[in-house]
Design a protein around this ligand. Structure first.
Ligand SMILES: NC(=O)C1=CN([C@@H]2O[C@H](COP(=O)(O)OP(=O)(O)OC[C@H]3O[C@@H](n4cnc5c(N)ncnc54)[C@H](OP(=O)(O)O)[C@@H]3O)[C@@H](O)[C@H]2O)C=CC1
Ligand SMILES: N[C@@H](CC=O)C(=O)O
Length: 371
């Protein structure tokens, strides 16, 4: 019997397939620590499969082509623990709201959830709280027995592999008080503004970011600011601020007159017609010897969150980033006047999958494994 049964939603996507490769590469080490896992169910947006051969040379798309049409409830049912000693875990590597809506049922069925999907922590607050509660409480409201928690972990939803959520949770749980959080929280937008220069096509840079695996499945989610809005909302809620996604003030980088009814491919082609709009903003900033950066802010005392394109002087830490770097500063009672700052690549398949893997290790530790 494997000690951990694993299901992967989004196995044909960039993060899903990279995560599985990382898990397979580390399988001998995990086995040496007593963790034998089995990937028993996989799915993408159309199909699911329950007979997964145990080889590390699988073509997930071909396997799924021969699978059954996706029925997410049946997928979760297949993942239910067969007895109380079995640990079952679903990795949700989609960006689907519908999948995030299933987490509550998954926890109630005894299945742990690990995800880089932001659709849980930016869902309506009531649902988000219900899922958090379900980790520690049975469906009838009674506390789960000691050692029987069913966890939902989402470190990679903010900053990919950077330890942002766990750091914030540790600050708060150890009694610190967060006053504000400020940062560059999009790997895509960081990459764009770190590389963007006079005469360059902004739309071409977006296409490049997509090809590198940095963007959301639909890059408009990055450009309209909602990806960053979801991240700042996640951080604000960790601090106890009861806000909804609609309360975040968002500056979109998508021109208002662009039609919404387009495929992401059509959007990327049409977006180049608007290159002069961003070039103008760049010229304005450069005239004042400043750079453009897309920044998210959480103001705890005032209970506000905002995300916007701002200008910064050349010597500001936000102007010193490169590649997909994220940077986030926690201004707290203990970390004052100097904030606690975390910086590093904040998008990309390997680092994101590594962030999800980190949550897997945290879960295994909480289950008593020496990993
Ligand atoms: N890329 C990055 O750098 C980072 C990504 N993330 C998050 O990781 C997640 C995955 O991103 P990424 O791998 O880049 O995205 P991809 O578009 O490459 O992959 C998404 C996967 O999810 C599947 N999927 C979509 N909708 C559903 C659904 N309703 N039910 C089941 N499966 C579904 C897709 O299936 P199909 O192949 O059929 O379309 C695909 O396999 C997203 O939530 C993203 O926000 C977080 C941090 C960084
Ligand atoms: N599209 C996102 C991926 C990580 O969350 C980004 O660019 O930051």
């Amino acid at each position: 019997m494997p000690s951990v049964r694993v299901g992967v939603i989004g196995v044909t996507g960039g993060v899903g397939r990279t995560l599985v490769k990382q898990l397979q590469a580390q399988a001998p080490w995990l086995a040496s620590r007593g963790v034998n896992f089995e990937i028993s169910s996989v799915a993408n947006s159309k199909k699911m499969a329950f007979q997964v051969p145990s080889t590390d040379r699988l073509d997930w798309s071909s396997l799924l082509q021969q699978g059954e049409p996706l029925d997410t409830q049946s997928f979760l049912d297949s993942m239910k623990p067969r007895d109380s000693d079995q640990h079952c875990l679903v990795f949700d590597c989609s960006a689907s709201e519908a999948v995030a809506q299933l987490y509550l049922g998954a926890l109630h069925s005894g299945i742990h959830v690990i995800t880089p999907n932001k659709r849980l922590t930016s869902a309506p607050l009531e649902y988000c709280k219900a899922v958090q509660q379900a980790q520690w409480h049975c469906p009838n409201g009674s506390p789960r027995p000691h050692g029987q928690a069913k966890r939902v972990l989402y470190e990679a939803a903010v900053g990919a592999g950077l330890p942002i959520i766990t750091t914030l949770q540790d600050l708060l749980s150890s009694g610190d008080e967060v006053q504000s959080i400020q940062g560059i929280l999009s790997g895509t937008l960081s990459h764009l503004f770190n590389s963007y220069g006079p005469g360059q096509s902004f739309a071409r840079l977006v296409q490049d970011a997509r090809a590198q695996g940095y963007t959301e499945p639909d890059p408009r989610d990055d450009l309209c600011g909602m990806d960053v809005a979801r991240k700042v909302l996640t951080l604000a809620r960790e601090c106890g601020v009861a806000m909804e996604l609609g309360d975040v003030q968002v500056e979109s980088l998508i021109p208002a007159d662009m039609p919404a009814e387009m495929s992401s491919e059509e959007f990327l082609t049409s977006f180049s017609q608007y290159d002069s709009v961003m070039q103008h903003r760049l010229e304005q900033a450069a005239a004042a010897n400043r750079v453009l950066r897309y920044v998210g802010c959480v103001d705890i005392p005032n209970r506000t969150c905002s995300v916007a394109l701002q200008e910064f002087p050349q010597d500001h830490p936000f102007a010193q980033l490169s590649g997909t770097d994220n940077i986030v500063s926690f201004h707290t009672r203990r970390y004052s006047p100097q904030p606690l700052t975390i910086r590093g690549p904040g998008a990309g398949l390997e680092v994101t999958a590594a962030g999800v893997f980190g949550d897997f290790l945290r879960l295994l530790r909480s289950l008593g494994y020496a990993v």
